[in-house]
Design a protein around this ligand. Sequence first.
Ligand code: ADP
Ligand code: MG
Length: 271
Amino acid sequence: MSALLEVRDLRVETVAAPVKELVRGVSFDVRAGETTCIVGASGSGKSLSCLSVPGLLPQGVRRTGGEIFFRGERLDDAAPEALTRLRGSAVSMVMQSPMSCFDPIFSIESHFRETLRAHGVRGRRAMDERITAALAEVGFEDDPAIRHAYPFQLSGGMLQRTMLAIALMLDPELLIADEATSDLDTVAQARVLDLIDAARRRRKMGVLLVTHDFGVAARMAHQLMVMDGGTVVERGQVEDLFAAPSHECTKALLAAHGKLCARMREEERAV
Ligand SMILES: Nc1ncnc2c1ncn2[C@@H]1O[C@H](COP(=O)(O)OP(=O)(O)O)[C@@H](O)[C@H]1O
Ligand SMILES: [Mg+2]
């Protein structure tokens, strides 16, 4: 079976001189119904690798090589209009800081309506049904107040679930989650991860999940790759990497994870 998403030899560089290679020949797959995790320290090129997929690289950098296939079709040379249509429907993203994705002067409901409008859904009733279903999927079925709330009135965890609801609303085939739970406390994080996993199973959706946390990767990943300095330094099944990490970077990240777990266990004992 061919993969839902295939990225081959991706290269990203700075535009301005002196040119810096930021992503240097990165390849990975996401299969339908499975999660591929990218783990790596800050600055290793995780976000640039993800943002290349829907053509959302920030200013100052550009893709200089590689091929990206989605459902077997080339994405990297697709027309801008085709990419815009794809974003938010077949390919959705959730990011680290939901606050920056919401406009503070509009209610939560307006954000859902705007997304539906942008993707051609018309009619108040049709929209209302979609919004109710989307909110229910992330556990807000008993809380109509959420619709009328403004972004600043929700906690970080609630806002992240709301962003996930918008991302899932148009039934994406691929969800890209870039450090989507990194700013949340452990309870809120677990809840969002569970919701992503349930949505993956329900829709047979592919998930590309970026994290710097091996605990998250262990829990979510079918395939795992470790990035360092713009390249993939290690890849494989989660169990194999945990059992025998070969690269220094993986060892360091695992050691940091181990220390964190030990500290959390100590804190638990202290309370
Ligand atoms: N818009 C940009 N212009 C110049 N350099 C950038 C830009 N975005 C990211 N970088 C650099 O590219 C490298 C990889 O960034 P990024 O993919 O965001 O890392 P990660 O997500 O793994 O923390 C970093 O060294 C970062 O400073
Ligand atoms: Mg990042």
